[in-house]
Design a protein around this ligand. Structure first.
Ligand SMILES: [Zn+2]
Length: 326
């Protein structure tokens, strides 16, 4: 195919999984994607890949081991989640299906597959329907927090999604996807709609089609200042007890002090900056977690040389300012 193309997401630039690799390895991964793109479902031999990358077989073996450990490719040098990088067409889906069938035929284990009984439990919990559109066809397992952002294969992180929704959702979480697409998709989700009707009798299901139906969501969303007051009134702690955040920081190796530092910066920005202080969200903990995952505060970066996160100049200055203030 002339000028074959594949999807690449901007998240590549901030994905910790990518950032933790050397620049050379990042380039090699892109090269593997390009090779896969121009080679269809032909299995790429290791020697071929090494030759294309102009590196020794040993060097490729090292890189390949790294990619395998990060679930970026499988043993056949086939990028995982490749179908999400394709224009969504039957041909790409068929190609992946053929590839997987071939693996099974040749007695190789299926890559990156969720154990059968776990899949079954997830499908059952979600009433065998896509949680985004309600479709019962072509169901797949979707990671709520994507694997690229540290999401695991545990029951609570897995959702049922049809292949089309799973591909469209890309690397967003369920809530982010819904946030961006409004509740339009919920229309086709009978069981979720039932829940909405139960909790909010004012919501008219037919109005879900055209209006941005976030009235009920909006009434619950507040500015950060208001949210902080509410948290104090309820006697809760702001961020320090928020388990998903600490779990994420631990997983990628971000020091807790720095997350705290990011929180101070975040709080500052969203309570004083003219534009930001008007922003309203229902769940500020989730918003802050996303700010940490996507490094909105720019106070750290991942250092290739040291294989760890380091403070940026901004971060060092913020750190000093906090220490002086304390
Ligand atoms: Zn769907």
């Amino acid at each position: 195919m002339a000028n074959a193309w594949f999807r690449m997401y901007s998240e590549f630039a901030t994905d910790p999984k990518v950032q933790m690799m050397s620049e050379a390895d990042q380039r090699r991964f892109i090269m593997v994607l390009c090779m896969r793109c121009s080679n269809g479902d032909v299995t790429l031999q290791d020697e071929q890949v090494a030759f294309q990358l102009r590196i020794s077989n040993e060097e490729w073996a090292r890189t390949k081991a790294l990619f395998l450990s990060k679930n970026l490719i499988d043993e056949d040098n086939f990028p995982l989640a490749w179908d999400k990088r394709q224009f969504l067409s039957d041909s790409s889906y068929e190609r992946v299906k053929r590839h997987r069938a071939k693996r099974v035929e040749s007695g190789l284990p299926q890559q990156n597959s969720i154990p059968k009984n776990l899949r079954k439990e997830v499908f059952e919990r979600d009433e065998n329907a896509c949680v985004y559109c309600g479709s019962r066809d072509d169901l797949t397992i979707d990671h709520n927090l994507p694997q690229s952002r540290g999401g695991g294969d545990d029951f609570d992180n897995l959702l049922t999604a049809c292949r089309a929704c799973n591909a469209a959702k890309r690397d967003l979480t369920h809530d982010e996807y819904i946030e961006r697409n409004g509740l339009v998709t919920l229309q086709k989700r009978p069981h979720i709609q039932k829940q909405i009707q139960k909790t909010d009798t004012e919501v008219n299901p037919t109005s879900l089609r055209d209006d941005p139906p976030s009235d009920s969501a909006k009434s619950k969303s507040v500015t950060l200042s208001q949210w902080i007051v509410g948290v104090h009134e309820r006697g809760e702690r702001l961020m320090s007890d928020y388990e998903p955040l600490t779990a994420y920081a631990e997983k990628v190796g971000l020091p807790a002090d720095w997350v705290e530092l990011a929180w101070l910066q975040f709080r500052d920005r969203y309570t004083t900056d003219e534009k930001c202080k008007r922003k309203r969200y229902a769940d500020w903990r989730r918003v802050f977690k996303r700010a940490v995952e996507e490094n909105w505060m720019k106070i750290w970066f991942y250092s290739d040389a040291d294989k760890q996160f380091r403070l940026t100049t901004v971060g060092v200055a913020a750190d000093l300012a906090t220490r002086e203030a304390a």
